[in-house]
Design a binder for this molecule. Sequence first.
Ligand SMILES: NC(=O)c1ccc[n+]([C@@H]2O[C@H](COP(=O)([O-])OP(=O)(O)OC[C@H]3O[C@@H](n4cnc5c(N)ncnc54)[C@H](OP(=O)(O)O)[C@@H]3O)[C@@H](O)[C@H]2O)c1
Length: 304
Amino acid sequence: MATDLVTGANGYTGSFVAQRLLDAGHHVRTLTRDPGSVVGPVEPFPYRFDDAEALADAFRGVDTFYNTYWMRFVRGTATHDVAVTRSRALVTAAARAGVRRVVHVGIMNPDVRSPYSYHRGKALAEQAVREAGPSFAIVRPSVLFGGNEVLLNNIAWLLRHLHVFAVPGDGRYPVRPTHVEDLADLMVALGARDDDVVRNAGGPETFEFGALVRLIRDAIGARALVVDLPRALVLPLTRLVGLVTRDVTVHPDELDSLMEGLASCDGPAAGSRRYTDFLAQHREAYGRTYTNEVRRNFTDGEAH
Ligand SMILES: NC(=O)c1ccc[n+]([C@@H]2O[C@H](COP(=O)([O-])OP(=O)(O)OC[C@H]3O[C@@H](n4cnc5c(N)ncnc54)[C@H](OP(=O)(O)O)[C@@H]3O)[C@@H](O)[C@H]2O)c1
């Protein structure tokens, strides 16, 4: 029985990857901040970024390492520099333990010169993956949907609760959402290979952001008026929303990189699951519950 390690097997993307590996009869380990919360057949290990030897122990006997580790935005001591250092520590530990292959989740349009620490950090994390030694596959999605998703679900939630939804700028920048299960399928398929692969992992549909918001509104039967507003006016509104939700509903860098067109890319789709079909299937339940990223991943703003 092959043993694989999936970071965040209790989390979002990692849970879909782990389930596929379990279904295929693999033994699955995970690294997590909270090993006590892992139930079922997955074997948990704590992230030991303070001890390279202990971190490598989690990888002993592992064939493929599926790396989802990242922080969505900067908060307190949780910075993207920290996320890069830790990503490097993870792939170094995997290499040291003799792991055959690394399947790594990146982001569309990574760039070491990017003004956005997310995209810059992801480019540096990719470099670490390439340099670590094991063969690798790097997949680059932008916005994920399906399951316990965050961004698009929360747009639906806002559309259900607000009278007016403000789209920054002219709303004509592209978004290419990917179903989380398509990403998981792709990751597991790439895990079985031995060649080095770097590929974009967009979905089969690309939308203009403003049109996407209106599509969600109409699908869920919300009444919010969707208006285009200058970015300078939208930013304080997002802060206000954050105060109400007690979350970073959208980070300014996320807004800016979206407006710059970085949430889309070329290349074949990761899979065939379409967001429009997903919306039609989930129109009743979509956006009924808000998914709080701070509560889920940042609690006290420290880099644990
Ligand atoms: N979600 C999206 O829409 C999206 C879009 C494009 C790319 N991605 C990429 O896909 C990968 C997986 O994303 P996901 O949303 O599925 O992530 P996730 O499950 O919420 O978290 C993935 C892993 O990172 C750890 N982690 C998350 N936030 C952290 C924080 N603030 N401090 C310390 N550790 C943290 C989690 O630790 P625990 O196991 O302890 O929870 C987990 O092991 C990431 O590399 C992300 O950049 C995601």
